[in-house]
Design a protein around this ligand. Structure first.
Ligand code: LLP
Length: 402
């Protein structure tokens, strides 16, 4: 389906996020089909893109949700995800979050420490409700990705070691208010190699076998998220390879397989549109200054992440330029040494692969309003979040102004 991005950018203004919902459907179906023949649940990692319409689109296809705050749990429920398809992960859940999750009767609370397990037990006891839990195992595997998004090494703050996990399962099994039915791991994000996933699956499957041997019956095997996507020219894991590795590791075990893809579902469904304000040359350095900035899409600044930048419908001899925003930071850039044709005021740039960890990591730095978000589906466009106004931003402060 072809869309007139230039016209859409005029219609909704820039900076602007656009997401292709047909692409998201396609990704969901591809992954779900790769699990066919097995009991499975795809828990979309809401943190990647938590727009209610995005979650709702996936929920309508049958997806569950992986949430890391009670806010995300509420979003998932508001968007139509059934509570029995929601899991709640994260290293630091507050009592009120645990309580609400238990009251909402979500599928699983993923525990990341012994201390947290004791807290969940306390809250569950007070509610008189048995908590279905899963324990996040840290398999100590190098996922071979960016250190900021690596999570499966002991030096990372996530999960517990195998021995600790065992002790926790034994404790939970005896508790009147804990029901240890799941096991979880997540070794990192943007994984482009299968071997670390396979290794982690093997380690955790062995743990499941030893737990089953002592009558701790794990029913949900959650492999986390992390499937890498193509930003540039990466060769990444296919859905088929991914599920085959999981099937092999878990062979002979009666389990429901869970996974928590975020980026895989939405990264390449989305693009960020920004207009050229000015060009300038400092010495020999060419800068293209645009109306979007690091507050809208922080991945290049924060992780030095690559996003392909395209000047839409503009030809001409290219030269290298840094694409920068108006924010008062030298780190405010979308790309460095990008080959771009000569550009004029109002020319449109597309920053590709911006559907995941784009809008969700946006901020109001420099009192910049967050961009609008638009869905494209079956040839039609619709607004799914209006552009923020100045009034939206000061609303929570104005009443305290002396
Ligand atoms: N499950 C857990 C427990 C996670 O921590 C994450 C991501 C996911 C699932 C989803 O991972 P995905 O399938 O999207 O790779 N802001 C960073 C990414 C941080 C990922 C954090 N955890 C970025 O922009 O690259």
């Amino acid at each position: 389906m072809n869309y007139d991005y230039k016209a859409l950018s005029e219609k909704y203004g820039t900076p602007l996020y656009m997401y292709n919902f047909d692409y998201i459907s396609n990704r969901y179906t591809t992954l779900k089909e790769a699990f066919s023949g097995k009991k499975s649940l795809i828990n979309y990692a809401v943190k990647a893109n938590s727009n209610l319409s995005v979650i709702s689109h996936l929920a309508n296809m049958g997806a569950g949700a992986d949430c890391v705050s009670i806010g995300e749990v509420r979003r998932a429920i508001d968007a139509g995800v059934a509570p029995y398809r929601i899991i709640f992960s994260g290293v630091g859940k507050r009592d009120d979050e645990i309580k609400e999750a238990l009251e909402k009767d979500i599928l699983l609370l993923n525990l990341e420490s012994e201390a947290e397990m004791k807290r969940v037990e306390m809250v569950a006891t007070a509610l008189g409700k048995k908590a279905r839990i899963s324990i996040r195992v840290n398999p100590n595997i190098d996922p071979q990705t960016h250190p900021y998004i690596s999570t499966g090494l002991h030096e990372n703050k996530f999960g517990v070691e195998i021995d600790m996990a065992k002790r926790m399962y034994i404790y939970a099994k005896k508790s009147e208010f804990l029901d240890p039915v799941g096991i979880h791991f997540h070794i990192g994000s943007q994984l482009t190699k299968l071997s670390p996933i396979r290794e982690a699956c093997d380690i955790v499957s062995d743990l499941v076998r030893s737990l089953k041997a002592i009558k701790i019956d794990i029913k949900f095997f959650d492999v986390g998220g992390g499937i890498g996507v193509v930003y540039d020219d990466e060769v990444t894991i296919t859905a088929e390879e991914y599920t085959q590795a999981i099937f092999q590791s878990t062979k002979g075990l009666d389990l429901t397989l869970l996974c928590e893809p975020g980026r895989y579902m939405v990264a390449n469904a989305g693009a960020f549109f920004t207009k050229v304000l000015y060009e300038k040359i400092n010495g020999s350095k060419r800068f293209v200054i645009v109306d979007g900035a690091m507050n809208d899409l922080i991945r290049p600044s924060l992780y030095d992440a690559y996003h392909k930048i395209e000047a839409l419908g503009i030809d001409g001899d290219t030269s290298k330029a840094d694409v920068v925003g108006p924010v008062c930071e030298s780190g405010d850039f979308f790309g460095k040494n990008v080959d771009l044709p000569p550009l004029a005021h109002n020319d449109l740039l597309v920053i590709h692969s911006a559907g995941a960890y784009g809008f969700t990591m946006a901020s109001n730095y420099n009192t910049r309003a967050k961009p609008a978000e638009v869905a494209l589906e079956e040839g039609k466009d619709r607004l799914i979040r209006r552009r923020e106004s100045y009034e939206d931003q000061v609303r929570l402060e104005l009443e305290y102004l002396k």
